[in-house]
Design a protein around this ligand. Sequence first.
Ligand code: IVH
Length: 671
Amino acid sequence: MEVIEEVRQLRAQLLRWNKEYYQNDEPSVPDSEYDRTLNRLRALEEQYPDVFDPSSPTQRVGAAPLSTFGSVEHRLPMLSLDNAFNEDDLHHFHRRVCDRLKRQTMAYCCEPKLDGIAVSIVWEQGRLQQAATRGDGRSGEDITQNVRTIDSVPLVLSGADYPDILEVRGEIFMPRAGFETLNARARSSGEKTFVNPRNAAAGSLRQLDSRITARRPLDFCAYGLGHRESKSTLPDEHSAVMMQLGRWGIPISTLSEVVLDAAGCEDYFARLSTKRDGLPFDIDGIVFKVDSRTDQTQLGFVSRAPRWAIARKFPAQEETTTVRSVEFQVGRTGAITPVARLDPVFVGGVTVSNATLHNADEIDRLRLKVGDTVIVRRAGDVIPQIVAVVADKRPADAQAIAFPSCCPACGSAVERDPGEAVWRCLAGLVCPAQRMASLRHFVSRKAMDVEGLGEKVIEQLVERDLVKDVADIYHLDASTLESLERMGPKSAANLLQAIDSSKSSTLARFIYALGIREVGEATARQLAAHFNTLDALACATEDRLLAVNDVGAVVADHIRYFFDQAANQRTIQRLIDLGVRWPAPQKVAEGAVLAGQTWVVTGKLDGMTRDEAESALRALGANVASSVSSKTTCLLAGAGAGSKRTKAESLGIAIIDEARFDKQRKTWETA
Ligand code: IVH
């Protein structure tokens, strides 16, 4: 093969593998093969200097680890920002700016304050030359070899007319999705987890071996200029300079906006506050900057912060509190989950008094004891987590936590599958906790939807052995229900009515209600659409299950196992005998516009709920899946779409927004 062709293929191969590893978290080759391919490319590039390309994958990762980081003097100091803690502070800032410049009104550029690590990156003649941490503001550490590994940082600038020397300041951060994946990997291999995305980013940049940094999902966003040497000039507005950096291929924020006066800043702050939870990365506030760089120069600096910018902080997403006790909950599938009861604390916008501890390993890893002061984190709608113990605040009487050696609800044996972190009670529906949890699931709104069958009633039904298996609810009669606490004849009659109505269901709801492990609402819908009848699903082989969207080997295994159990077969038969039924799913009309396509809906839509959008898509013949994969045809992305959007982008899958979808839908529906 011609050298040029081989080099081209090796580069394409490596780029594809990088993507699989960093973005999709699905590496398809072992590290050894990756290394072999990279070494081969390196050898060819050395042997044939003509094929050298500054953007080659070999240029991102250095071959040998460093023994220490060098030091870099910043040619212009790296400053920090003053904080505004409320609206008043912001108004004072605006007044001071206007007074100093003798102006009535002022344009500000508003930018999210990314929660990462400040860095300076220098491009000389368009080639990435040096990257350094902020350090003490005057000099920092040389982290060039690590920054080179960050995919979004261009090794070579695009376009032309960039300055001979261009220093850009910005933030290196780890997007939330990548952070979750990294921690999940660490958790499953028993390694230390990171406290938050910021620490993970800092830890990743501190590696002397850039091959480790290369495997961390880091990203970069520019927010300003440093030193430059240039024959041509840059625009006067900071916002326009940022756009220019964008044209040279340097990542900039897509959320920044130019507004007028303190009122414009407040409005932006309010709008971004509502978006904060849905963003794919952590931000800890908003930075407001006088947009005119001439004005910035005139305003100057005080000590270590500019007079022309201010940061307005958001409420914290991490707080400290005390662990009062640890309880062990038994779920529907017998999984035993430790839950920490906390002194209530306001964090991430809500009061938190419980945090999941995941499993026994997590307690060990945190070295948690009852009485400990802990850092609790809640970002977005993620379940609150204990991320670390504050070791030096441990009281003398802190209690060790003993993981139960038998089921806390029924006393049966507990076991864990090899390679699994979760302990399970093996008693199945004999265990009252599992029975309660499966009944709760069976009657829930998205399953059989029995209105009025609340927690208190479920508890009594299970404790008095009135419901041993979910089918028993269809045997309940008025006098039994009236014998329950706080249940009069009227509510008993209503409940009976609701139980009766729930019999008329859909195949998808019924499959979901069965509570098969790992089969959520979306997967249940896929299964119903794919198999059309319960019988077809119940006897589907593993291979046929794997052909369904959303179904991988683990899920297929759980489904097969569930339908192979005689007890489950009996329950299903009883439910059907007692009158549970569903209409035969409608076959999508031949030639439906979206037949054969698989769609995913994400983010917040304005004109409809996500459920409505999904129904509309199904009515047009599309399959609707819950996660983006190579099988996805198109992603409908609403506001705040995060990891699904990123994944779709990386897989090159079509993305449409709500406005375009609305328009298209009208055409499709009249087609
Ligand atoms: S401007 C002279 N803009 O916040 C102006 N900083 O508290 C200096 N940061 O060290 C910074 N996002 O690491 C600026 N859009 C943004 C920012 C931002 C995050 C960080 C930066 C800085 C710290 C100051």
